[in-house]
Design a protein around this ligand. Structure first.
Ligand code: ZN
Length: 328
């Protein structure tokens, strides 16, 4: 298992980029607010309480409120999750009504995304080579930038995207459908060698149900690749509710490395790789310098002159996790 990390810290630490990103976050938050009650909390009519979606225990501690959403941590498996959380119906309506900004984010930061997507492909190709028309399906493919790169690397590309505007763009180069994952097996009428989810799994309330469905759409021995925020990252643990990873509505489950092994085991997947990526050293350094974490100007390459990328990733403290599972 690889423990080496990958870094783009200085690229995404730049103030200019975060100012752009903040505009998108503000627009998202404006939409989130339409679900708030008069006290600025998510209106209880949309919500339900739930057990821990990883270990099913109902034993948690309150962490903090963020944008009206209540983050708790499971005392059994340390998953951080929204509790209460949108009911399934309201969560679906929430996404239907949302203007998808991911395509704009990727366009603004194409240099960063090209690098991180290529890195993901490299992690997949360690275990399976894209020869003989091997098929890859990206769930929540947005405007298809990842699929573009996968195609360059000789994968046969498929995608699922609910946002129709994005779908129109992606359609030009890839086989994409406006369906949900549960319809994939029937609608594509084939099984895939690899299924990918980039920063999507944290939006799904039940990871076990998700993995069961993914398994049905994979060939025997097929791979599932995903990237998701690391709730044990140094950035999340230092910044807490100031960290952008906590948004209060959409990021319903935030995993640590152990949670990832648990969901794999329970659903009969073998973990081939878990890797910490993206250090966020400038952001952490800004904050430790009493500056705004995202708008400061730190160019430090070590946190407090001590922790560099290598040490950080070796200890799984990166901002995100990339993982590869094999269907057993
Ligand atoms: Zn738990």
């Amino acid at each position: 298992m690889s423990k080496t990390g990958f870094d783009l810290a200085l690229k995404i630490g730049s103030k200019k980029l975060h100012i752009k990103r903040q505009k998108q976050l503000d627009a998202a938050y404006h939409y989130h607010k339409s679900f708030h009650d008069k006290n600025g909390n998510i209106d209880s009519k949309y919500l339900e309480l739930r057990n821990c979606p990883v270990c099913n225990k109902n034993n948690f501690v309150f962490l903090f409120l963020k944008n009206g959403g209540n983050y708790v941590q499971c005392k059994n498996c340390q998953l951080v999750y929204l509790n209460p959380c949108f009911t399934d119906v309201h969560l679906e309506n929430f996404y239907k009504g949302m203007h998808n900004m991911q395509a704009a984010v990727v366009k603004n930061e194409s240099h960063f995304y090209r690098k991180i997507y290529s890195y993901g492909i490299k992690n997949i190709n360690k275990f399976i080579k894209p020869k003989n028309e091997k098929k890859i399906l990206d769930l929540g493919c947005s405007s298809g930038f990842f699929l573009d790169i996968a195609k360059e690397k000789k994968w046969k590309t498929f995608g699922i995207e609910l946002n129709e505007k994005d779908l129109e763009i992606t359609k030009k180069n890839h086989n994409v459908k406006n369906i949900n994952l549960y319809q994939a097996k029937k609608e594509f009428n084939l099984k895939f060698d690899v299924i990918t989810m980039w920063d999507v799994i944290e939006h799904v309330k039940d990871p076990h149900e998700l993995l069961k469905t993914i398994k049905k759409s994979l060939k025997p021995g097929g791979l599932f690749f995903f990237q998701t925020p690391n709730v044990n990252s140094l950035a999340a643990r230092i910044l807490k509710e100031k960290c952008n990873v906590f948004d209060g509505i959409e990021h319903v489950n935030l995993f640590n490395e152990n949670n990832i092994y648990t969901i794999a085991k329970k659903n009969k997947f073998k973990v081939l790789l878990v890797e910490s990526v993206i250090s966020e050293i400038p952001i952490i350094s800004n904050y430790l310098n009493y500056d705004h974490p995202y708008f400061g100007n730190s160019k430090e390459k070590k946190i407090l002159g001590i922790i560099n990328d290598k040490i950080l990733h070796k200890n799984y403290l990166g901002y995100k996790i990339q993982a590869v599972f094999k269907s057993m």
